[in-house]
Every structure is written in structure tokens, then in C-alpha cells.
Design a binder for this molecule. Sequence first.
Ligand SMILES: [Zn+2]
Ligand SMILES: [Zn+2]
Ligand SMILES: [Zn+2]
Length: 334
Amino acid sequence: MSNTDTTESQRKGSHGSHGPIGRHAIEAFALLGHKTRLEILLAIWKAHDLRADDNAVAFSQIRKRVEHDDPGNLRYHLEQLDGQFVRQQADRGGYELRVPAQQLIQTVIAGAGVHDEYLEPTDIDQQCPFCGAQTVMSYREGILFWACHECGGMTPGQDFASFDPPGPLTAHPFDPAGLDEWTPDELRAASTVVGRRRLRSAFDGVCPNCSSPVDSWFDWCPDHNSDGCDDCGLRFGTTAHFRCRTCDHHDGSTPKHLALFHPAVVSFYDNHGISTRVRADDFEHARRIYSLMLSHQVTVVEDDPIRVTVTASQDDEMIRLTFDETVRVVDVCR
Ligand SMILES: [Zn+2]
Ligand SMILES: [Zn+2]
Ligand SMILES: [Zn+2]
């Protein structure tokens, strides 16, 4: 199996878990490690009006919302937040949330790590592309899974029964707040939208979690067997990898999928009357685009350094992208 020369230390850069970013994170969480402080942030956020010119919330108002019986102590906690999370508007006599605090509150509302949501495996109207069986959506620990319980999904060469869920087809981080808002079919389409957004960001070189640079490379399996490979265990023998240098976020994708991000491919399909856009409320179309993506042909044309082509065809016409060893498109051929 070929790999790049990206070492662990290169991937982590100079900001490993003990570097300056780790220290800043520890300091920020220490600052918030008190129930009253989170209550203060929520109280200011609740008073926030997106359309208002003045969002400064007076101390008396904060005190009313937090219901703290010691105003001196409440003021102490508020002062601890002043600067990093809260800004005092002296001229307007109140406090405002700074952008990092707004993002933090949005994370709390999205429910990540707060609600322990769970979705039992639920049938959706999409057959497994590999064995034709009914597929299911399920959710646990913040991940939305689409899976086939009859075959190995994307990992046919591994003991798929030991996976939870067995036969994973896709797995995407998904905030629990969105879980009840969609039907199971729509969840499948919504997870496609979320997965594409995150993959697109990594493919464009920015970590979707922490906005740091991303390293990318190909792994490929020279003697691959797509029905159950003893060497790699995966459905597809060529995988593009993306790893964040700071937070270690990792995403892997078949290059079939990456081709859909290239403007020449988007325009190729558009010329054939097909929009590659996926919307969460259009499950039918999301299903169609998934089939289209799977129909792309992947070939390793050179192995040192690796060159990978992806070919899409419609009505006797074709387009071919060539990726280099850093997963950048270096050639487009029509
Ligand atoms: Zn299957
Ligand atoms: Zn293999
Ligand atoms: Zn990151």
C-alpha cells in the first residue's frame, strides 16, 4: 500500500495537544468551568436581538435572568468572562457577547455533547448499491450512520458484524438538534449535505472543525478485490485522506466523490441537464446524485508519484480529472 511521506509530527505541526493551542483551550474551558458563568452567557444570549442596534444587557437584567442570590459573586463571575467572552459597553451601560461566546452558545444549542440522542436503525427508501438490500439510518454519539446490515457496506473485507452499525455506507458528524427535524429519508439527504460540506472544506485545504491547514494524500491497494479485499478490507481500493495539522480531524473519501466538487465536472453534468446540487428536502435527487457518483471510474495511472484519474460519462461523452499525490486536480480532459 502506498502512502505519502506525511509524518505524524508534520501532521500535528507545532500545535500538538501540549502546544499553545492546547494551553489556550485549557484556559478557555477553565474560565467556563462554572455553572454560573454559562448561565450568564445564556442570559445575555437570550436577550440578544439580531436586528437591534444595541444589544448591551444591563447587569440588573442579567441578575434577574440568572437568579443568583449574591450580586457581588455574580458580578465577580461576569468580570471573569469580560474580555474573552463578554464585552462591557460602558457607554451603553451593559454587556454584550463576543463572537466566540455566540459560537459557543450555538454549539450548546446544537446539542453536541449535551443531549445523549439515539436513533434506532430505521429503514429508508434506498437500496444498498452493492447488494440491493434495504438500508437503514441510525444515530449514536453524535454520528449519523447510513448502513446496510446485509453486506459489508464500505468495508466488505472486514468482519462487518463487529462494526456498530454493521455494514457502514456513510458516517457523518451530525448535531442532535437537527435529528427530530427531518424524516428518516430526509436525514439521509441531510447527512449527505453535511458530509459534503465537511469533505469539501478538507479538500479545499481547511479543517472543517478548527480552520487549520489540512494535509492530503492517497492510499491505494495494488491487488484490490472490491468484493472483499484481504489486503485493505475496503470496498474501493483508492482512498483520498485529509488530516488536520492541529486537531487531528481525519476524513477519507473515494476520489469518485471529489470529482463532484470540480467546476468542470459540475458544468459537464449541467450540460447534460443534471444538477449536482443536493438539498436535504429532495431525497430523490440526493439518491440520484449518489448513484451518479458511484458510476465514476477510478484508475491509478501512475504509482510513483501516484496519479489517479476519475472519469465521468454521459450520453457517449466523458470527462476525466487527474489528481496528483496531494489530491489536487492537475489535469482535466474532455
Ligand atoms: Zn449491502
Ligand atoms: Zn484492497
Ligand atoms: Zn482541525
